[in-house]
Write a protein that binds this ligand. Structure first.
Ligand SMILES: [Fe+2]
Length: 243
């Protein structure tokens, strides 16, 4: 079924050309963040990172990323000009297993923290995970739930996504590791969190539901999942009550 125009995000059909400065920003962000993710990211991210083989020297083209991701998971990446998309059209793409990548790259003044997700966040933070079927099975849960939910339930779903796939922590062999793509791509916040400066609580729907997303600041509290499987069980139990 074709969606009304307001329900779809405009997408670019052709590969993009980037400026030398944009490639240089990517190169510097990558070089600064690599030691942090090697030390702090969860094993699933690092596994996906090895599989995907993101280039250190220049912004990758989506066709090269899709050549790895799509055969493994059925998902593909799609370039969009929208810088911070509304959740409704975004989840319509999610339902088609399309992961939107913005064409915006942060400037030099935002190397430590950007409130607006840029292509470094979208690609470096999210895409290694999207090469793993056990992870995309988690992402597959969100769109059907969101699209049948009431407006109030949609706000809850956005918080659940925010505090798991964007800013979640995971326990691994007794240690806290970084799970969320928003932390993985943030030089400032990953260090803040791993220095123990952010209070953490167990990830349950009941715990998360009371906390607002922190877009312009570091998060005041974060939540810990025990495993991707445990997160799926927790989310699915809630999603089954919707609609
Ligand atoms: Fe994100």
């Amino acid at each position: 079924m074709a969606l009304p125009r307001s329900e779809v995000v405009s997408v670019r059909r052709r590969e993009m050309a980037f400026s030398e400065e944009q490639h240089a920003v990517w190169r510097d962000l990558y070089a600064r963040q690599l030691p942090n993710v090697q030390q702090f990211a969860c094993r699933e991210y690092l596994e996906g990172f090895d599989i995907l083989g993101l280039p250190a020297e220049q912004i990758p083209q989506l066709k090269d990323l899709n050549a790895v991701i799509t055969p493994r998971t059925g998902w593909s990446t799609v370039r969009t000009q929208v810088r911070y998309s509304d959740a409704v059209p975004w989840y319509h793409h999610f339902a088609k297993r399309q992961f939107l990548i913005t064409d915006y790259m942060r400037g030099r003044h935002e190397m430590d923290f950007t409130p607006e997700p840029d292509m470094f966040h979208d690609i470096f933070g999210h895409l290694p995970f999207m090469a793993l079927p056990e992870y995309t099975a988690l992402q597959d849960l969100f769109a059907p739930a969101f699209l049948r939910a009431t407006d109030a339930q949609r706000e809850t779903i956005k918080r659940l996504a925010w505090f798991s796939t964007e800013f979640g922590l995971i326990r691994e062999d007794g240690q806290l590791k970084i799970f969320g793509a928003g932390l993985i791509s943030s030089f400032g916040e990953i260090q803040h969190v791993m220095a123990g400066k952010t209070p953490v609580r167990p990830f349950t729907v009941a715990n998360v539901i009371g906390y607002e997303k922190a877009i312009y600041t570091f998060n005041e509290v974060l939540f810990v999942i025990e495993s991707i499987e445990a997160l799926k069980v927790e989310l699915a139990a809630y999603f089954d009550t919707l609609g």
